[in-house]
Design a protein around this ligand. Structure first.
Ligand code: GSH
Length: 303
């Protein structure tokens, strides 16, 4: 397998992974699929990420991309054809991953609460709603969140009346950025069919996107993925924008973590741009890897 082969670490039920799978489909890519656990521990992912536990993670050789924002950005840079960035819908990303995402998660978790194992709720509740999370509060928020979701989906539905996709006649990243929420709700809501029936244009758009599929995934084991990282050398150049106002330098010892909490990943700063940060870390199992994060939504600390 070449060092430039895309490896996605994910699990089928993950909506954020679905956004990436859809993007791989839009680009018609061949890729390798490593299925990771839905709950920690994730012992064969940690050697790659150094502690970052969210799903999905993309690996290309010894370069590891955390967070779907970073993954989509990298896919667009490496595989520019078909170009999806004329319609990235960056504003749309802030919309679909901010309050709307949490409203959708509220609806989904309440819908799933009768059937999912207690340990799943005990993990996801605090992960999304903080240490004071309680299922009863979530349940009392359900109706309000569902109404907000309905309102936002009706905007999408209106926009799709005159055109097949969000930004015109061809699908792009903006569609993937909105589609994953619809996919998530469709999968988790008991009354999904009746709920979505009120959005005729949105349902047509959803079914067209579904037909595009996920490109060509091939299964790969987590251990094979670790061996690929071990036998590869990362391909990220050392660089820091000269005018970076945080005053960071290549080689600085830093940690990076999601701003809303989660384990810190430690390493030495290797590449920094206004949108991305990459650090080098040394791992017993895989040797040196370069781990990439988006800058927005993450906190950097110097050690
Ligand atoms: N900002 C992250 C959010 C990722 C996220 O919340 N993913 C969910 C799955 S859809 C997750 O990590 N859940 C916990 C887990 O998989 O351990 C991204 O865009 O990749």
């Amino acid at each position: 397998m070449s060092n430039t082969q895309v490896i996605l670490h994910h699990y089928p039920q993950s909506p954020v992974a679905e956004k990436v799978r859809m993007t791989l489909g839009l680009k018609g890519l061949d890729w390798h699929s490593v299925i990771i656990p839905r709950l920690p521990p994730k012992p064969n992912l940690m050697p790659l990420t150094g502690g970052y536990r969210l799903t999905p993670v993309m690996q290309i050789g010894a370069d590891v991309y955390c967070d779907s924002a970073c993954i989509l950005d990298e896919l667009e840079q490496r595989f520019p054809k078909p170009k999806l960035c004329a319609d990235t819908g960056e504003g749309l990303e802030n919309w679909t991953e901010g309050e709307l995402f949490l409203d959708v998660v509220t609806v989904a978790l309440v819908e799933m609460s009768a059937t999912i194992p207690a340990e799943f709720m005990a993990d996801r509740g605090p992960l999304y709603f903080g240490p004071d999370f309680s299922l009863s509060t979530l349940k009392s928020n359900y109706d309000g969140c569902l109404e907000k979701v309905r309102g936002q989906l009706s905007h999408l539905n209106d926009g799709l009346a005159a055109q097949a996709y969000l930004f015109g006649t061809t699908p792009g990243l903006a569609d993937a950025r909105a589609y994953y929420l619809v996919w998530f709700l469709r999968d988790r809501m008991a009354e999904a069919e009746a709920f979505f029936h009120q959005f005729e244009n949105l349902e047509r758009w959803e079914s067209n996107l579904k037909k595009i599929g996920h490109g060509n995934p091939q299964e790969l084991s987590d251990l094979e993925a670790l061996d690929i990282a071990k036998n590869a050398k990362h391909e990220t150049p050392e660089n820091i924008s000269a005018d970076d106002c945080e005053g960071l330098k290549v080689g600085d010892k830093i940690t990076i973590a999601p701003a809303n909490g989660g384990p810190k990943v430690a390493g030495t700063l290797h590449n920094l741009s206004p949108n991305r940060i990459a650090l080098l870390r040394q791992d017993e199992r895989v040797g040196q890897v370069c781990v990439h994060f988006p800058r927005a939504g993450y906190v950097i600390n110097t050690l």
